[in-house]
Design a protein around this ligand. Sequence first.
Ligand code: AMP
Length: 171
Amino acid sequence: MLDLKSKIVDIPNWPIEGVVFKDITPLLQDAAYFKETIDRLAEPFVSAPVEVIVGIDARGFLLATAVAYKLGVGVALVRKPGKLPRPIVSRDYALEYGSNTLEMHKDAIKLGERVGIVDDVLATGGTLNATIQLIEELGGTVECVSVLIGLSFLNGKDQLGGKPVHELITY
Ligand code: AMP
C-alpha cells in the first residue's frame, strides 16, 4: 500500500493567514498514487453499493468522476452558485469567515436513490453537510462519504449527522 500522505504538500498561510492548505496536486500527477487513491476511495461502495456518486466543485470533481467510472455509475454535480443552467436546489452555509452557497440541479438525484459522496478534504464539514442536505432534499439517501483527507482537529465528522465517513489520510 502506498503512503498517500507522502504526496500531500502543506502550504502554510494559504489562501489566508492561519490555514495550512493541503495541496493534493502532486498526488494527482503521479499515476500510481492517483490510481491507488481512486481504488481506495471506491472501497466503501463495494459493501454499500450506490446508484450515483456526487462530486463537489471543483477539486472534488477530479476524484468523484474517477470513482464513479470505476464503480460503473453516473456522477452528479454540486456546484458553486450560478454555474448550473436548469432549475436548482441550493443551500447557504457559514464558513469561518463569511458564507458560501452550493447548488444542485433538481433532477440530479432521483427519489429513493442510494448516493455516495466523494471529496478531497473534510475540514469543518460545512461543505459536506450542505451537500448531504441537498441530496436529502431531493429524496436521496447518503450511504457513505469517502474523502481523501480528514482534518480531525476541526471535528468535521460531527457535522455529518452520523453518516459513515471513509478517510484515506487523517491529520
Ligand atoms: P469544509 O467545508 O470546512 O469542510 O471545507 C471543505 C472544502 O474546503 C474542502 O473540500 C476543500 O476543498 C477545502 N479545504 C478546506 N480546508 C482545506 C485545507 N486545509 N486544505 C485544502 N483544502 C481545504
